[in-house]
Design a protein around this ligand. Structure first.
Ligand code: ADP
Ligand code: ASP
Ligand code: MG
Length: 819
């Protein structure tokens, strides 16, 4: 004998029911088929009750029409016309009964327990009748049995619970008299000892099925629903969740108890003694394997089986010195809660015994608080303990797996994952069974927490990075191209998946909740109606509240540089090629560094010096490994290199600068480059990264420009003055050449002092042969004392800068202590 239960969505309409018919026809065994109410009829009935209580007659009447329509559709589509009247009149008769009940509730403005059970139970009374009729008119011989006659409940502590003993006897008796191979039974409903209708609780059809499976010694219980099994996490919240093929009763029990709605928690218990396997199957994809739940737990290496959560939780905190060393305190508190039938989701006690914290459903929190405060009114009156405090808008997340008890480090992983994402854990508890670790966090972090935990425990191969990019010109545009081009590589070799969720230039922006298509971003940005707005951009990233979020600044704008601190404070990493923040006032730089450390959010700016060359990374690695920077010598300006590499006898200096400007090798105002400001900023950043606290003003900058060139007020007068000083520049060149040297603009750092300026570089020097716009940097350290560590290569240009930013993003992706 098999017991099959079909949930509301599995019989939601005629199309779904045709799948059910096929599933039944594929079975040759004796079958007990338990059905829920059709679609969301139970919800609608409960809403009718609310409207009746508020005397909103027109509202409940219109819901009744809706219920009628939902139930009529399968009758009309699945039963031949000449046989429909029986079911239609059955439906109408029951709808009339419901309406009379609602009318009387509306008169008394009160919903009694009895009314609640009676009205909410109609869904199954009607659906089971309709499904049985449909079966009989579609080649399935079946008979209907009413579960109210054999599933009995009794009142305990003010709530109706299953009376298992009587139920068992009645089920056996009722099924002795059955005449057909297939029986159709309404789920959810039962009756008490006065034969009044009761229910088994929301989602209770699963329980009806398992009670019947138990007492009829079924070979298997199959729960047919709208997903292909119990998933590693709620598939509505975690897109990457996958069905768990096998699990133990206890694992299923913990996951469902902590919110995996796919099985109603009490439904597992009746199966355990007789070891009846439970299969969760998808009505819409019957060939999918689904989940098999048995007493065994799988022998493979999976330690964590699933993650689930309970929404709408409140924490109740009780604290006070009067609790210390007093035995029986927790016992009294539990008594207070159980007297009011309040289900405690979790309890934690600080080791100081100074406080206890219990998690309950938000609907119960007021009653729980009052019950606790009443219980301890004496201690409260003496000031030994404080009145309890309620904290709302919490969720409980549970990480579940039988093997967790034999494995160290699960809680460490859990903490580090949440910590890295700036999610504060309010309370934590490990079940005595050690099958679960349960934590309470703010509800606003639910999505982020579940997804990052899921990623950590189940998707260790693939990690998702969420990017918010400002500046999509020369550098940013290329960065987007590189991200698109490298998608497969990142996935296959680094286990990274980059999603761009925000793009902005100075005029417009795209804010998206899902990955922006990188083949069409330009067009989308052009057509966007969103005007660029730093505030809205930031709020978008905050609202999405996604793990591994990264803000990327590809601009040179000082307003954008001011944004970094708030991103970092919200655990959003910052990657930037914008030099302003790192070369601004020392305090600002130090502040950003400290925020980054405090919130564990990376702040990376490799491209500030030498574009894509790994200069800062090399420096950081040297320092981190215990080396000490003794001296840095560097040529760091692509524009000045271009100018001095091309400045030869017979070519005027003025012309070379003009060409450099024309080709975009200089800033729009070339004086900024020639004055050495850009180079000074770069050596300042390197000094700071070496641990030397310098301000910009402290850098020695001896300009090679004559005073009248320095004093010019615009580009035109600057170029005129360069031309007028032609002989001066030629003289600089002549003098260098006389000594067989070349002119290079050099930055250096030694003994805590930084300087920049034009130098004559002799033939045997590493700088002598520097070509084009290349950069070179020599690190002299304790370990590289005689021969410096040299980094050399292209140090300017959109392509290499974008590559440097790309490398910073990957650094963040790989740096999370994943094993
Ligand atoms: P039925 O109507 O068949 O009883 P339910 O709506 O009660 O179905 O339960 C199935 C739903 O449970 C799924 O559609 C899914 O949205 C939700 N769910 C929550 N957590 C999980 C999980 N871990 N695995 C599978 N489904 C889950
Ligand atoms: N129809 C009931 C409910 O929605 C029982 C069930 O579907 O399991 O709660
Ligand atoms: Mg259900």
């Amino acid at each position: 004998m098999k017991v099959l239960k079909f949930g509301g969505s599995s019989i939601a309409n005629s199309k779904c029911i045709s799948n059910v018919i096929d599933i039944i026809k594929n079975n040759t065994d004796e079958l007990c088929v338990i059905v829920s109410a059709i679609g969301n009829v139970t919800d609608l009935l409960l809403n009718c009750l609310k409207f009746a209580k508020n005397q909103e007659k027109s509202k409940y009447k219109s819901l009744l029409l809706k219920i009628e329509k939902i139930n009529l559709e399968p009758i009309k589509k699945c039963i031949p016309l000449e046989y429909q009247s029986k079911s239609i009149s059955f439906l109408k008769k029951h709808l009339n009964e419901i309406e009379s009940l609602l009318d009387s509730i509306s008169l008394w403005k009160e919903i009694t327990d009895k009314n609640l059970s009676t009205v909410s139970g109609y869904g199954e009374i009607i659906s089971s009748h309709i499904i049985n009729e449909i079966f009989n008119h579609n080649g399935i011989k079946s008979e209907h049995k009413d579960s109210r006659l054999f599933i009995k409940t009794k009142l305990e502590n003010g709530v109706q619970i299953l009376d298992n003993e009587i139920t068992g006897k009645k089920i056996i008796k009722y099924f002795e008299s059955k005449t057909e191979r297939i029986t159709v039974i309404p789920g959810f409903i039962s009756s008490d000892h006065n034969n009044e209708i009761t229910t088994l609780g929301r989602g209770g059809s699963d329980y009806s099925a398992s009670i019947i499976a138990n007492h009829l010694n079924a070979d298997v219980l199959e729960i047919w629903t709208d997903v292909s099994g119990m998933y590693t996490a709620n598939p509505n919240l975690v897109k990457q969740a996958i069905p768990i093929s096998k699990m133990s009763y206890y694992e299923a029990m913990e996951l469902s108890y902590f919110g995996a709605k796919v099985i109603y928690p009490p439904s597992i218990q009746p199966l355990i003694n007789k070891k009846i396997p439970l299969l969760i199957k998808n009505t819409f994809n019957p060939n999918d394997l689904g989940t098999k739940i048995t007493e065994k737990y799988s022998s493979n290496k999976v330690v964590v089986k699933g993650i689930s959560y309970v929404d709408n939780v409140s924490l109740i905190n009780i604290e006070g010195s009067g609790m210390i060393g007093v035995t029986g305190f927790a016992k009294r508190m539990f008594e207070a809660l159980s007297e009011k039938n309040i289900n405690v989701i979790m309890i934690t006690q600080a080791s100081s015994e100074h406080s206890i914290c219990v998690a309950v459903r938000t609907g119960d929190d007021e009653i729980a608080k009052t019950a606790i405060d009443n219980k301890f009114s004496y201690e409260i009156s003496l000031g030994e303990i404080n009145p309890s405090r309620i904290e709302r808008k919490m969720v409980n997340i549970a990480v579940v797996g039988e093997k967790m008890k034999n494995h160290q480090g699960i809680s460490g992983k859990l903490f580090s994952t949440l910590g890295n994402n700036n999610i504060n854990i309010k309370a934590i508890a490990q079940g005595a069974s050690e099958r679960n670790i349960s934590i309470i966090i703010d509800k606003k972090n639910l999505n982020k927490a579940i997804n990052s935990l899921h990623e950590r425990f189940f998707e260790s191969q693939i990690k998702q990075l969420n990017l918010f990019i400002i500046g999509v010109g020369n550098v940013g545009g290329r960065l987007l191209e590189q991200i698109k081009m490298q998608e497969n590589y990142l996935n296959d070799f680094l286990g990274l998946k980059m999603r761009v969720l925000g793009i902005s230039n100075s005029k417009k922006m795209i804010l998206s909740n899902s990955a922006i298509k990188l083949s069409a971003w330009k067009k989308e940005l052009d057509q966007s109606n969103n005007v660029a707005d730093k505030e809205a951009f930031f709020n978008h990233a905050i609202k999405l509240n996604l793990r591994n979020s990264i803000f990327v600044d590809n601009t040179a704008n000082d307003d954008i540089a001011k944004e970094y601190s708030r991103y970092l404070e919200n655990s959003i990493a910052v990657v930037t090629c914008n030099k302003i923040a790192a070369s601004d006032l020392l305090n600002n730089y130090l502040n950003l560094k400290s925020i980054s450390r405090k919130y564990g959010s990376s702040f990376l700016f490799e491209t500030n010096v030498g574009a894509g060359l790994p200069i800062i990374d090399t420096l950081n690695n040297l320092v981190a490994s215990g080396d000490q920077i003794l001296e840095i010598q560097a040529v760091l300006s692509g524009s000045l290199n271009f100018i001095f590499n091309n400045f030869k006898k017979g070519v005027s200096f003025y012309k070379i600068v003009k060409i450099a400007q024309k080709n975009g090798f200089t800033e729009p105002d070339p004086k900024v480059d020639l004055k050495g400001i850009d180079v000074a900023r770069k050596i300042l950043i390197l000094a700071r990264e070496s641990g030397i606290n310098l301000e910009f003003d402290e850098i020695e900058n001896k300009s090679f420009l004559p005073k009248d060139c320095m004093d010019t007020i615009d580009n035109e007068s600057f170029f005129n003055s360069l031309e007028e000083n032609d002989s001066y520049f030629n003289k600089l060149l002549d003098e260098a050449e006389k000594k067989n040297s070349k002119l290079k603009y050099v930055a250096s750092l030694k003994n805590g002092k930084a300087s920049v300026g034009l130098k004559e570089v002799p033939k045997d020097h590493d700088f002598y042969n520097l070509k084009g716009s290349d950069n070179i940097i020599l690190f002299y350290t304790n370990r590289y004392k005689e021969q410096p560590l040299i980094v050399k290569g292209a140090g300017a240009g959109g392509e290499v800068t974008a590559a440097g930013i790309f490398a910073d993003i990957i650094r963040i992706g790989r740096n999370d202590g994943r094993d």
